[in-house]
Design a protein around this ligand. Structure first.
Ligand code: NAD
Length: 499
């Protein structure tokens, strides 16, 4: 059995806590490795190393830091196949999807190559007689990030790339379900020229997270994961005086107007609802057709497409649409919610409960499901299922449809499918959700924009990547500098405006 490590001080370090978690191959259900779960002392050691390494890295000019990012992009491309294979084997997603996971992280690294430009400060010449004023963006120091299982390459890179480009050191606590790719990324950063100790990976669970949250040297915490944990980390981190940003769960609605191209809408729903087995925070999990006739046409288009979906292991290559879910517990949770939908009166139009794959009977596969006539009081509507389950809520009007999305507690992403520019504009303006697609089902913004939801999908003020990341990972220091000329005037006791 492979025993994974931490990556501390530029070395693979064995865990010393004696506690481990199993890492599965979700396609076969086999335990393929065990990952050490760090103790408070192991985290403290990483923090100590990070604090020592950070000043020299911060003093490395931004252009040189950017060159490390540039070299890292080259290495990601070189090792793309290897990274995707490791990712798929622990997560279960298909190989092309795993490459997308790496690619969407890589694009944020590319954005961070612009650090010299993005970190330029502000300067006012002659703000007063002999007085110049300038603002610098300085790194925070030791920063940390806690990431979810569903994007084990992309989300760590969304955090550590801007943190490092800004001159911080960074400690990553990845998901214990798929920790191999984060370890590989740390090695590649060093190969790209990052000094040892600037980026470290500490594997673990709540104990490691709490150690980071309570360590006085750690200046900031980034978190992506489920909403209850996001809320806990935000509260605890803020109470400990840290800068914190937490991104939580989702329930993304797609509204289908009667004038929408129904084939296009159905294709979009298939990819956005079932891709990656629905384990995406930007997955569409609720379809809201406007009017019964629209709903009937949509269901008619969806059913044959769902029945054609190919579910299988990533080793089947391009011949698979989606793979297993991440763990047996995740599967049980999804099946439990499906049963609740049936019990609470939703109509299960496509029932994938008896799905089984020959040779992979112990894998964590869940067949595709489609519910119709779901109502807002049902658990399958209220809760995040995070599985290949699409719920249809029939709305009587556009107003009813938009109100549903407005009233839902989550606000990560949403979409509207229509041919009517006026409806699309009205939707984009009024909806209280952070990322909106117009005839685009998964509106994940590109690296140079920012990513973030509203409502219970986020805790904190700044979004991920784009310009917000450079704000999150820096502090502003403003210097007022006076080089007097001529005769000294003596003490100044009033708080004055600049003359
Ligand atoms: P999770 O909340 O179970 O775990 C996320 C991280 O928190 C992991 O590193 C885990 O080790 C740690 N953790 C778990 N329990 C903890 C506890 N009690 N105390 C401290 N730390 C703890 O989430 P997950 O299952 O890995 O990921 C799926 C969730 O992430 C979904 O809810 C999904 O919507 C969300 N997500 C959100 C975004 C976004 O940008 N909003 C992106 C991806 C995933």
């Amino acid at each position: 059995m492979q025993e994974l490590t931490h990556y501390i001080g530029g070395e693979h370090v064995k865990g010393t806590s004696g506690r481990f978690a199993d890492v599965y191959n979700p396609a076969t259900g086999e335990v393929q490795a065990k990952v050490p779960l760090a103790s408070t002392d192991e985290v403290a050691k990483a923090v100590e190393i990070a604090a020592k390494a950070q000043p020299a890295w911060a003093a490395t000019n931004p252009q040189r830091r950017a060159r490390v990012m540039m070299a890292f992009v080259g290495l990601l491309n070189r090792d793309m196949d290897k990274l995707a294979e490791a990712l798929s084997s622990e997560h279960g997603k298909t190989l092309p999807d795993a490459k997308g996971d790496v690619q969407r992280g890589l694009e944020v690294v590319e954005y961070c190559i612009g650090a010299p430009e993005l970190l330029k400060g502000e300067y006012t010449d002659s703000a007063g007689p002999g007085i110049d004023m300038y603002s610098m963006k300085q790194p925070l120091g030791v920063t940390a990030g806690i990431t979810p299982f569903n994007f084990p390459a992309m989300i760590p890179m969304w955090m550590f790339a801007p943190a490092l480009a800004c001159g911080n050191s960074f400690i990553l606590k990845p998901s214990e379900r798929d920790p191999s790719v984060p370890l590989m990324l740390a090695e590649l950063m060093e190969e790209a020229g990052l000094p040892k100790g600037v980026l470290q990976v500490v594997n673990g669970d709540k104990e490691a997270v709490d150690a980071l949250l309570h360590h006085p040297v750690v200046q900031s915490i980034g978190f992506v994961g489920s909403t209850p944990i996001a809320e806990y980390i935000y509260g605890t981190g803020c109470a400990n005086g840290k800068r914190v940003q937490c991104f939580g769960g989702a329930k993304n609605h797609m509204i289908i107007m009667p004038d929408a191209d129904m084939d296009q809408a159905a294709d979009a729903l298939i990819g956005a609802g079932y891709g990656a087995a629905g384990e995406r925070c930007m997955a569409i999990s609720v379809a809201v057709p406007v009017g019964d006739e629209t709903a009937d046409r949509l269901i008619e288009k969806l059913v044959p497409r769902i029945e054609k979906l190919k579910v299988g292991p990533y080793t089947a290559g391009n011949d698979v649409d989606y793979g297993p879910v991440v763990t047996a517990a995740a599967k049980q949770n999804i099946l439990g919610l499906i049963q609740s939908g049936v019990d609470q009166g939703a109509e299960l139009v496509v029932d994938g409960r008896d799905f089984s794959l020959q040779g992979y009977e112990d894998g964590f596969f869940v067949g595709p499901h489609l519910f119709d006539r779901v109502t807002p009081d049902m658990d399958i509507y209220k809760k995040e299922i995070f599985g290949p389950v699409l719920s249809t809520v029939r709305a009587g009007s556009y107003e009813e449809a938009i109100q549903l999305a407005i009233d839902h507690e989550y606000g990560n992403g949403t979409a509207i499918f229509t041919r009517d520019g006026d409806a699309a504009r009205d939707f984009a303006n009024r909806i209280n959700i952070g990322m909106v697609g117009i005839n685009v089902p998964i509106p994940v913004p590109l690296a140079y924009h920012t990513f973030g939801g509203w409502k219970k999908s986020v805790f904190g003020d700044l979004n991920q990547h784009g310009p917000d990341a450079f704000k999150f990972y820096t502090r502003t220091k403003t210097v007022t500098s006076r080089w007097p000329s001529g005769i000294k005037e003596g003490g100044e006791f009033n708080f004055r405006a600049m003359d």
